[in-house]
Design a protein around this ligand. Structure first.
Ligand code: SF4
Length: 225
């Protein structure tokens, strides 16, 4: 099954992005996550967000959206065994006794796949546009276990990036502010759509049509049984 990914953009001045900066509150959520302090792309960091984003003046928020109706129509043909992902494996590693339902497995698979594609796209875009940095969704899952847990340096520092959440931004506020979207989730059910939120930080205002062109081609592939 090949599902199209709709991409929407909203370009903001950096000061407007910082209206969603709620570091203490977001850090509290991060501290409840198993990745906290165990992955180079997750807090706690040796730098602060203001310094990291200091060179940039604009944030283009990038939202991806995948309609889940085609998945719901074929859900009986999908098997968890065909939906493995690092996000799923990390989840299971921490909760080995938990029985994961098919909707959760699909959600983790979809998030992992879009996250990886978006990370690669943003790193390509950084090479094309001077003075930019991408903030892809989620944490880095390039390695089975992040080398931070073994006290070793990151093996791919050139692709290490940080999500908006990891930097202390409340992504639910960004969805609401930029796209008038409130996200809900019911355990055991697929949402109406899968969403992800990334950003491209730039020094100058950028041409959104050009950016959309560069982001073209993201597709979610789901293997059927
Ligand atoms: S590339 Fe590996 S070591 Fe580096 S942040 Fe990602 S998972 Fe950790």
């Amino acid at each position: 099954m090949k599902l199209p990914v709709k991409v929407r953009l909203k370009q903001l001045k950096k000061a407007t992005l910082f209206e969603a900066y709620k570091n203490e509150e977001v850090l509290g959520y991060c501290q409840r996550c198993n990745n906290y302090g165990k992955n180079f792309s997750c807090p706690d960091f040796m730098f602060d967000t203001t310094s990291y984003l200091e060179p940039y003046n604009y944030a283009t928020i990038i939202m991806t959206e995948i309609d889940t109706q085609p998945i719901k129509a074929q859900i009986d043909k999908l098997e968890i065994a065909n939906l493995s992902s690092r996000v799923f494996n990390n989840y299971i590693k921490e909760k080995p006794d938990e029985v994961v339902d098919i909707s959760s497995a699909i959600s983790m698979y979809a998030f992992n796949d879009i996250k990886d594609q978006m990370t690669d796209k943003l790193i390509e875009i950084e090479k094309d546009i001077d003075n930019t940095v991408g903030l892809p969704p989620g944490s880095c899952t390039k390695c089975i276990t992040c080398l931070k847990q073994q006290g070793q340096p990151c093996i791919y520092p050139e692709t290490l990036r940080y999500s908006l959440e990891a930097l202390g931004f409340m992504v639910s506020d960004i969805y609401k502010q930029c796209f008038d979207l409130g996200l809900g989730w019911t355990k055991g059910e697929l949402p109406v759509a899968f969403y992800s939120c990334s950003a491209l930080m730039t020094k100058e205002k950028i041409n959104e049509t050009m950016l959309l062109d560069k982001l073209h081609g993201i597709v979610l592939n789901i293997n059927e049984a």
